[in-house]
Design a protein around this ligand. Structure first.
Ligand SMILES: [Zn+2]
Length: 61
């Protein structure tokens, strides 16, 4: 398993990708994740930038 995946495991736990967008910083793919059971949005991450943002529940519309 990649180091970046381990980081996502630590931050998001169980997750599934919802969609990909072009990362505004590096042009690589930024992936949005949700929980596989609750379907709650978890956050987004770009592997190339090693950027991970966890959405707070209050931020979810
Ligand atoms: Zn990026």
């Amino acid at each position: 398993m990649k180091k970046f995946d381990l980081l996502l495991d630590k931050i998001f736990g169980e997750r599934e990708p919802i969609h990909e967008v072009e990362c505004p910083v590096c042009g690589d793919f930024e992936i949005y994740y949700r929980h596989p059971v609750t379907k709650e949005n978890l956050g987004r991450a770009c592997e190339f930038c090693v950027f991970v943002q966890k959405f707070d529940t209050a931020d979810i519309r």
